[in-house]
Design a protein around this ligand. Structure first.
Ligand SMILES: C[S@@+](CC[C@H](N)C(=O)[O-])C[C@H]1O[C@@H](n2cnc3c(N)ncnc32)[C@H](O)[C@@H]1O
Length: 265
């Protein structure tokens, strides 16, 4: 929260403002070339060097030193998936939409997330207004994720902690969270502690690529006393529209995983 210099009244920070989490990068786009660059930064391209002014605004055009123009665009959620440096397999935009939609993550919520991986889910939840504590057991991945949070303009809202959450639970015993999001093979061992980690009425969302770990998660959630435990496969069929007609794509079906949601009531 900052204050309006004219009225001295508190105003909500716009996620696109500098104060919302450092200087929010912009996308520089020309055809299929796309770069995510912070204001004041420099980007080398095969068409020359782009120097991004500190006060760059979406909608403007800037030119490389060789005179080729790039459009400036505001960073949007799905761009994180394409531009973050990748470590642990990032969650796809569709599944992030399901996690946020099913748990209602919104401004002011506290979220505990594990494992950070590339950090796409953490950054997306922060962009939705949540403050996120996320654990990553691989120190190199955690370092990359911190850089990704800077790149996504959400470094102030995402606390990337290096460590294995199963070994750090004691550290969290005085904290409580509105939502717990898990995207790890050992999610069941953390779900067992969900009632102590969540506020009354809080949600846990577990994403598992395999059905064996999903079953383990569901059984553990029931044993832990969580309510409304339900699992859905996340799958989408792409449609094809061409001269011959319209039908679902014959490419492989779009299964990504199983999403289990449960509530602490
Ligand atoms: C599939 S990736 C997570 C991707 C992430 N949701 C995203 O959208 O970018 C899983 C990550 O969890 C980490 N991990 C697995 N078990 C963990 C644990 N118990 N504590 C902390 N990190 C863990 C792995 O090192 C890996 O980087």
């Amino acid at each position: 929260m900052s204050s309006d210099p004219d009225t001295d009244e508190a105003v909500e920070a716009d996620p696109a403002d500098e104060d919302a989490g450092g200087r929010v990068p912009v996308l520089l786009v020309r055809g299929d070339r796309e770069y995510l660059v912070a204001p004041g930064g420099e980007q080398g391209t095969d068409l020359g060097v782009l120097e991004v002014p500190e006060d760059v605004q979406p909608g403007e055009t800037i030119e490389t030193h060789l005179g080729d123009a790039f459009q400036v665009r505001r960073l949007r959620g799905p761009d994180l998936f394409h531009h973050f440096e990748r470590t642990g397999a990032p969650m796809v935009p569709r599944d992030i939409g399901l996690v946020i939609g099913e748990t209602g993550i919104s401004r002011g919520d506290r979220v505990l997330d594990t494992g950070t991986g590339t950090g796409v889910l953490s950054a997306s939840m922060a962009r939705a207004g949540a403050s996120v504590v996320t654990y990553e057991r691989n120190p190199e991945f955690a370092e990359v994720a911190r850089e990704n949070m800077e790149l996504g303009g959400v470094a102030d809202a995402v606390d990337v902690r290096t460590g294995d959450l199963t070994e750090e639970l004691e550290e969290l015993e005085d904290e409580s969270f509105d939502v717990l999001t898990l995207d790890t093979g050992d999610a069941a061992s953390i779900v067992a502690h969900a009632p102590e980690l969540l506020v009354e009425g809080g949600f846990v969302a577990i994403y598992s690529p395999f059905i064996e770990s999903t079953r383990e998660v569901v059984e553990t959630a029931r044993e832990a006393g969580l309510s409304n435990v339900r699992t859905r496969e996340t799958i989408q069929r792409e449609m094809q529209f061409d001269d011959r007609g319209s039908r679902p794509s014959t490419a492989p079906v779009g299964h990504t995983g199983y999403l289990t949601i449960a509530r602490n009531v």
